[in-house]
Design a protein. Structure first.
Lengths: 385, 263
């Protein structure tokens, strides 16, 4: 068994769908057809697998954390997506979409980015495959992730500030959608998370199942055929979480997604519709989307991918929220006990493990370490002094 | 759907069109400045056949910089869907009113409550640009029952087989998206504007109005060589953002009206 296919209209239960301007409907339909065909095509799959192995560095290792386990009183395993080329899991999705864009005859990629990881990955894939690339990034995020802005430009991408609204990830998505409405004939929108209009939530999930599949096999080997008691990941849009959950959905493992307290769509939001799909959403009583505010630019998003709303509604996964202060502690804990500096995003899941250590005592917990912390070092230097 | 009587908006637009008039529908952002109800009255008096009232949304993905800024300003001034609709109750523009907003505003309020509030406020139609044909059903059924006409958009990217289905479901009029892009002024009328209008006229006898990218009287006149009328938003809102007030908006709308009447 694996995660279910969405319905024809792109629904996971009540969630998902294709709430886009009429101009984009044919493009979404074309993309769905193209991805379905490619995903079933051995040539495309081989091309992608080759790139994931020879370019991105897959498979990524599974690391057992001895000192961290001792510190937290549980058995801690890390799926090392931080060791991918470009520093996070984002490359899995981007290589798949960039190859697809080429197959579809598109010459240009647009993308949104929060922390810059998806933007860097998209710029990288565009450079590799000879595609033009434009990345929208919130003005606020461009300031706190200046290093990634420079990396994208170094890779030949144009980076354009999103200067309306909260000037963070959600506004970068608005700008990318506006761009796509105007350029849809030549441009593929390389959306960076398992969210947006159908087929994105499903397509992005499928492109990340590789990490779940690997983790399942690696755990089986380490645990004599067993699975971890708990599988956890951070959730912004939710792409790394859906990737790791996909490998364990049919097992006894408990699935736990962790959101930032001030961007906790699933734990504090209500259903709504923005950016193409119906899902849990932070909004006011009138339906205006409210601004998330997290230490981590990658999770600074008031919504969440629709399949997570579905998993929450069915009870197959549960979702927790942690504060910025807890995240800062977890960021340092992993650095000191294991010599691994995590990105602030997966440090959220780690923060939950540290906080709930009593209920997790003696359990085996697999954490998807979705990215490395190089990009966050300057910000942490300011915070920690 | 076909059993429904023709709504107030569609009846008014058909009657004007069949009388040889080209249709002019100005857009006004609700809650933009204290004098926005005066703007509505002024553009009505200047020759509007119907008026689109924008209910601002925090994330307007179909809108360019001008309407984005108007929406942000209105929201900062405390505009809410209910405050705008309450105000409209008192406006008495003398022409049919439609709201233009994004689906989450309607979804959050609840379909039934939103539709009834529109009718209670004297609004007869709704335009929801992020609610395409495949998603419009649950809202449109409620809207039909309550008597709100749901106007659908038709875009240049639509294949031929899609257009009759969009026209069939659309009520009030069919909103032809004039170009590939978001709302805003352009230096010239896009050739895609009259192409999509022609494709729509070939498959429907409902009024076909071109919106998005109609920037001045001359472009409106050109668009109406094929279309039944135009929707004009950013060109009016820019004047309001520049402080020209109800008089400036009315003067501009009057200029467009005369150009359309002289065709």
């Amino acid at each position: 068994m694996s995660l279910s296919e969405p319905t024809d209209g792109g629904r996971f239960g009540d969630f998902g769908g294709r709430f886009v301007p009429e101009t984009l409907v044919p493009a979404c339909e074309e993309l769905e057809r193209a991805f379905r065909a490619a995903w079933g095509d051995a040539t495309y799959r081989r091309e992608l697998d080759d790139l994931l192995r020879d370019y991105a560095g897959r498979p990524t290792p599974l690391t057992e954390c001895t000192r961290m386990s001792e510190a937290l009183g549980m058995r801690v395993l890390l799926k090392r997506e931080d060791l991918n080329h470009t520093g996070s899991h984002k490359i899995n999705n981007v290589l798949g979409q960039a190859l697809l864009a080429k197959r579809m005859g598109k010459s240009r990629l647009v993308a949104e980015t929060g922390a810059g990881q998806h933007g860097v990955a998209t710029a990288t894939a565009a450079a590799l495959l000879g595609l033009e690339c434009l990345v929208y990034m919130g003005e606020v995020d461009m300031e706190r992730q200046a290093l990634n802005v420079f990396r994208m430009r170094l890779l030949g991408a144009e980076v354009v500030p999103a200067s309306s609204g909260s000037r963070t990830l959600k506004d970068a998505i608005n700008e990318a959608l506006r761009d796509w409405v105007a350029t849809v004939e030549t441009t593929h929108y390389c959306l960076g998370s398992a969210m947006g209009p159908h087929p994105y939530p499903w397509m992005v999930r499928e492109l990340h199942t590789v990490l779940g599949r690997e983790a399942r096999e690696q755990c089986a080997k380490l645990l004599d055929g067993d699975v971890p008691d708990v599988v956890t990941a951070c959730v912004g849009g939710g792409s790394n979480a859906i990737g790791i959950f996909s490998g364990f959905i049919d097992t006894r493992a408990e699935l736990v997604g962790v959101e930032p307290a001030n961007g906790a769509a699933l734990t504090r939001g209500v259903p709504g519709v923005v950016h193409g799909s119906k899902s849990f959403l932070l909004q006011d009583e009138w339906g205006q989307i409210t601004e998330a505010e997290s230490i981590s630019a990658g999770l600074d998003y008031p919504g969440v991918g629709p399949e997570h709303s579905y998993l929450a509604a069915t009870g197959r996964a549960r979702y927790e929220a942690v504060t910025d202060a807890e995240v800062i502690d977890a960021f340092q804990l992993l650095s000191r006990t294991e010599g691994i500096i995590p990105a602030l995003e997966p440090a959220h899941a780690l923060a939950w493990m540290a906080r709930d250590r009593a209920s997790l005592a003696d359990k085996c917990v697999l954490l998807n370490l979705s990215g490395r912390g190089d990009k966050d070092v300057a910000q942490m230097m300011d915070i920690l002094g | 759907m076909t059993d429904l009587p023709i709504g107030v908006l569609e009846a008014a637009l058909r009657s004007a069109r069949d009388g040889g008039r080209k249709l002019l529908v100005p857009y006004v952002t609700g809650g933009l400045g204290d004098d926005w109800p005066d703007v509505v009255r002024a553009v009505a008096a200047a020759g509007a056949d119907a008026i689109e009232i924008g209910i601002p949304f925090s994330d307007p993905v179909m809108d360019g910089p001008v309407i984005q800024e108007a929406s942000e300003r209105a929201l900062k001034q405390g505009a809410t869907p209910m405050s705008i609709l309450d105000t409209l109750r008192e406006v008495d523009a003398g022409v049919p009113l439609a709201v233009m907003t994004y689906y989450n505003i309607c979804f959050r309020t609840g379909h039934e409550r939103f539709a009834r509030t529109l009718i209670d406020s004297g609004v007869v139609a709704a335009i929801l640009p992020d609610l395409p044909l495949e998603e419009v059903g649950p809202w449109a059924e409620v809207a039909d029952a309550v008597g709100v006409e749901t106007v659908l958009l038709a875009a240049p990217t639509a294949p031929d087989e899609r257009l009759p289905r969009v026209c069939e479901r659309s009520r009030g009029f069919v909103y032809a998206v004039g170009l590939l892009g978001v709302t805003g002024e352009r230096s010239e009328l896009a050739t895609s504007a009259t192409v999509i209008a022609k494709r729509l006229k070939d498959v429907t006898d409902k009024p076909v109005l071109i919106g998005v990218g109609i920037s001045n009287a001359e472009q409106a006149r050109q668009a109406c060589e094929v279309a039944d009328g135009v929707v004009i938003g950013s060109a009016i809102i820019r004047r309001l953002l520049d402080g020209e007030g109800p008089d400036g908006a009315a003067e501009f709308v009057g200029t467009v009206r005369r150009a359309l009447d002289e065709h």
